[in-house]
Design a protein around this ligand. Structure first.
Ligand code: SF4
Length: 467
């Protein structure tokens, strides 16, 4: 039977939380009789022994940073065990399948990856070829790409089991929920996958193309339950957009609050949804939502239109008011450097953040985020190639682009260094970034003073967001 097959799942980096990209496939594979070792390399050493004895090594790469680390881990694994089948799965695996299959991977899986991963493990256990593999539990979906066969992402619904977190590192190994000067253990769940929207710069779009899947309420609640039992005092809903299924989101948070009235939570949603569902926010605050993450991206309506964000700067200001009136904090995220962002736009961004009193709500690393254009990005769909776009740098998983204004590339380097060098004083780092930007613009920096008694930092996770 198949139980002798040794499967090693590796995660590399998932924003400082215990990886669901390990817990879910572990559950599916173990339910089907496979021996699974799951290792999160962001908190554990390279598992040399498990690598040497594995038949299948599958590496989760849901984001760009994870892929960079994952390729390094794959090379190390290949050297230690040349016979093992090496698979990459997750959003960035499919985007970069050509490079991965040419360089290091035996297979690549994307979209809803658990069923194809199970089908792959079963074929390997039977000693059969994995060419043109069919994920049996999802009908006739051919979802495993190999060097000689390209499959499309698997966009069919999984019968989601309870994520298996039993052998993952404890929550004390991961980012904490910081509030009122205290740090608490935090859990992480997802109540949906994919996204209804098609923002042009987003890596979810080439894979899900406007589709999303709801995860059954009971499964999400059971996953919350097991993390609260493990000590979590706060839960992050990591869905690409929690309010894609607004009724689902409300039902889950109501049930969460009924069962665990002291547990707080956060979620991510777009500006459009904050405006559309404004009547939800007072209730969400009462249910324990302490902060909301929202991709504001830019303070230029022109840049927002290029990204097809579906909101304007005026909408962002309205969203701030809705969230503040409900008594929650907000963490706006940004794509601070794009080919369309001028130096004046960047100065406007800094002014806007300062005027809205958001300096403590925006980690400095956010002010250094530069547009990433991976293979298959919707930004490449335009038939006319813009002057700023260079060739694909396949080994770095992105198209090269150069800003039409060289000062902006210079500023990006300076802001990156300042963000890295930051000493935890948000006001001081912000002032240094302002100094750099106004210096390059050869304009006097507006006079303002760090508040003598700044408010306590807003509730947040101890890991800053970046991708
Ligand atoms: S709403 Fe968020 S997750 Fe959805 S496509 Fe836009 S950026 Fe991506």
């Amino acid at each position: 039977m198949v139980a002798k097959q040794q499967i090693l799942l590796l995660a590399c980096y998932e924003l400082g939380h215990q990886p669901l990209s390990l817990a879910w496939p572990t559950a599916v594979l173990r339910q089907n009789g496979f021996a699974v070792t799951a290792v999160d390399l962001s908190v554990s050493p390279f598992p040399q022994e498990a690598v040497e004895t594995a038949d299948l090594i599958a590496i989760a790469v849901p984001m760009h940073t994870a892929l960079r680390l994952g390729v390094t881990a794959a090379r190390q694994a290949r050297q230690a065990n040349p016979q093992a089948h090496l698979c990459f799965y997750g959003l960035y695996a499919w985007l970069n399948a050509d490079y991965l299959l040419a360089e290091i991977a035996d297979s690549v899986i994307a979209g809803e990856y658990e069923a194809p991963l199970l089908a792959l493990a079963q074929k390997l256990a039977q000693g059969k070829s994995v060419e043109g593999i069919t994920a049996t539990s999802t009908g006739s979906v051919q979802a495993v790409s190999t060097p000689t066969h390209r499959a499309t992402p698997n966009i069919s619904r999984l019968d989601f089991p309870l994520p298996d977190r039993q052998t993952l590192p404890g929550l004390d190994q991961y980012a904490r929920y910081m509030v009122d000067g205290e740090a608490h253990l935090a859990g992480y769940v997802e109540s949906s996958r994919g996204c209804l929207h098609t923002c042009r710069h987003c890596p979810v779009v080439p894979v899900y193309n406007g589709r999303f899947f709801i995860i059954p309420q009971e499964t999400v609640l059971a996953d919350i339950r097991q993390q609260v039992a493990a000590g979590a005092r706060h839960i992050s809903f990591g869905d690409p957009d929690f309010l894609n299924g607004p009724g689902h989101a409300l039902n889950i948070t109501r049930a969460l609050h009924r069962e665990f009235p002291d547990v707080t939570f956060d979620f991510t949603t777009k500006v459009e949804h904050i405006l559309e569902k404004r009547h939800f926010f007072p209730e969400l605050a009462n249910l324990g939502c302490s902060f909301v993450i929202s991709a504001f991206e830019a303070v230029s309506d022109e840049v927002l239109a290029h990204l097809d964000k579906g909101h304007t700067v005026a909408d962002m200001e309205e969203a701030l008011a809705i969230v503040a009136e409900a008594g929650m904090a907000i963490q706006p995220t940004w794509v601070a450097f794009t080919p369309w962002t001028s130096l004046d736009d960047y100065l406007d961004l800094l002014t806007w953040i300062r005027d809205q009193n958001l300096i403590q709500y925006v980690p400095a690393v956010q002010l250094a985020v530069r547009l990433l254009i991976p293979p298959h990005s919707a930004l490449l769909e335009n038939s006319c190639v813009p002057d700023w776009l260079g060739p694909l740098d396949a080994a770095n998983f992105t198209y090269i682009w150069t800003h039409p204004d060289p000062l902006m590339d210079q500023l990006h380097q300076q802001v990156t260094q300042l963000a890295q060098a930051g000493n935890g004083d948000a006001y001081a780092t912000f002032a240094a970034i302002e100094q750099a930007a106004y210096g390059l613009a050869q304009k006097p920096r507006p006079v303002w003073h760090k508040p003598l008694f700044p408010d306590l930092p807003p509730p947040r996770l101890s890991e800053d967001w970046f991708c």
